[in-house]
Write a protein of this length. Structure first.
Length: 261
């Protein structure tokens, strides 16, 4: 049950800081959230999206962009706490398995950069320019050569079979169309290439899942964060061979290594 309490604490911390005054170098504002949330709920019920909701994925992507543009300056501070409590060792686990030409999707502020081996040729895409700016600064400070660029993980601007490994940490929970992102990962991976994933997911432990369900509307509203996703379903549907699947923290945290056949 402590994981449920932990989740509650983290959610309270993150939601409360969403109200702190912020400044951003980028003039991106979240749009009205009503339509987006309605659209997402319709989608999650597997019902056809009503016509009066225009381009729900595009609008939700815009909303997430706005959230992270405002979040960027405090992201590292908040994430340090979450990493200590929930994700310890996860970044090392994923990045140390990446080899050759590596793509990291939704690279954020580049918190994984220290964990890649110097032999890899690293490319990172990220929706938010403000997050990316911090990642670029981090890469410079680490002396890490990496091609870090703005991009949408749901529609990657790379040819098929381009990468040996793709890494994604704590982002499939935020990318509006996570199935599309997994499908794009498969497309840009070479046959035999690996997808390495660290994620918080829907817990199989009922009391924890109840807490997740209660918190999800808040987390979605203020953080764009889905708590009840199951990325493994998408990986299987996209035909990945799942080599390793490790769950911890009462099933809240998942590490996956999967191969494109
Ligand atoms: C919770 S943060 C995780 C950042 C980083 N991966 C990490 O492990 O710290 C989620 C990130 O996903 C990015 N993101 C959300 N939707 C995206 C999309 N469609 N394409 C690229 N990045 C996206 C957000 O801008 C944000 O930086």
């Amino acid at each position: 049950m402590w994981s449920g309490g932990l989740l509650l604490t983290i959610a309270a911390l993150r939601v409360s800081t969403a109200y702190l005054p912020t400044s951003s170098a980028h003039d991106v504002r979240p749009t009205d959230h009503g339509d987006e949330l309605l659209a997402v709920r319709w989608q999650r019920l597997f019902l056809p999206v009503p016509e009066h909701i225009p381009e729900p994925r595009k609008r939700e992507t815009e909303r997430i962009l706005g959230l992270y543009e405002r979040e960027a300056h405090k992201y590292d501070r908040e994430m340090r706490v979450c990493e200590k409590l929930l994700f310890g060792g996860g970044r090392e686990w994923a990045c140390s398995r990446a080899e050759g030409d590596v793509l990291e999707i939704a690279v954020g502020t580049g918190r994984n950069l220290p964990y890649y081996s110097h032999g890899v040729r690293l490319t990172g895409v990220e929706l938010s320019p403000a997050m990316l700016e911090i990642a670029r600064r981090r890469a410079r400070e680490l002396g890490r050569d990496a091609d870090l660029r703005v991009g949408d993980a749901q529609a990657l601007d790379f040819p098929d079979d381009r990468f040996d490994s793709v890494v994604c940490t704590l982002s499939l929970c935020t990318i509006p169309d996570d199935r599309a992102a997994v499908s794009e990962v498969r497309r840009v991976l070479r046959p035999g290439g690996r997808f390495l994933l660290l994620e918080h997911v829907r817990s199989p432990v009922l009391p924890v899942r109840v807490v997740e369900r209660l918190l999800e509307p808040l987390m979605l509203r203020f953080e764009g964060d889905h708590l009840l996703r199951e990325p493994l379903d998408h990986l299987r549907a996209e035909g990945f061979d799942v080599e390793r699947d490790e769950r911890s923290k009462l099933g809240l945290v998942e590490r996956v290594a999967a191969r494109k056949p």
